[in-house]
Design a binder for this molecule. Sequence first.
Ligand code: A2P
Length: 319
Amino acid sequence: NDSTASTFANNSIPPVGFGTASWPFGESGEILKESILTAIELGYRHFDTAAVYQSEQCLSEAVSQALDLGLVKSRGELFITSKLWCSDVHPSRVLPALRNTLQKFGLEYLDLYLIHFPISMKPAAGYLVPFSQSDLLPMDFKSVWEAMEECHKLGLTKNIGVGNFSSKKLKQLLLTANIPPAVNQVEMNPLWQQKKLRKFCEEKGIRVTAYSPLGAKGTLWGTDQVMECEILKEIAKSKGKTPAQVCLRWVYEQGVSALVKSFNKERMRQNLEILGWTLSPEDSQKIDQIPQQKGCRGLEFVSDGGPYKSVEDLWDEPI
Ligand code: A2P
């Protein structure tokens, strides 16, 4: 195994990254671009995008502008993640998809390239969401991962990884992988803590990054339950923090990097202020006891004729 793919500059991903998935995808161009620029100004250095979010172009423009303005001195100061969408989850489409992403960015390399979901779609499905369930196809784990490894070998991405993979699906991938995935990006917040999956990933040296750390309310995949959680509100009040900060601090204390999205400067600033204070053991214990409920069920990936017949098939655990 070539383990160089799982080493990051300074051996770390910034603890709080900026998510650029705004729902509905592709509808908030200028606001998104302005927000990214503000985020760079405030100190965010990790940016998460995906072909399907239609935010690669905005991110690219914001990064160019930030360089022009001297907010960052070089591309190397930023950690940029993008993702291969399901309609490109075919061995022959991986490299062209990454090249297309890089071209949109005007970048020579990504820091991290992820397979967005453990599923494939007919190429004609393109990047439209919602998509038709009749487009769903099983993913060829071995050959698609080989194509991802090729992207790494060509230097087009410093690291390769996956998103939304269960332990079972990771095991299947690892059976034939020469380069293990550096990252598994999954939903993670106090209401969906992913304890078992995190333990598995730790054992395998796969870093977990957290999407929807605040529950991503108002999106197709989100829930307002996280921000409405009474336990989190109580802890926040007792600490003079906000429930969002409690969520992000909790994720940080688990050793996981979070990808948080906000278009509001004050909240963006607030979301970075998670260092220099801690949750008490009592706080952590209370969070540990929160009843678990998944926000992103992924029903749109489930169909009788497709590779996953139920949400349990998709996530390989009771939902
Ligand atoms: P907004 O963009 O208006 O700030 P997630 O990061 O889990 O995907 O959640 C994103 C959602 O949470 C967005 O609706 C965002 O709204 C909201 N949000 C982001 N930061 C905060 C915060 N500090 N407090 C409350 N809501 C927040």
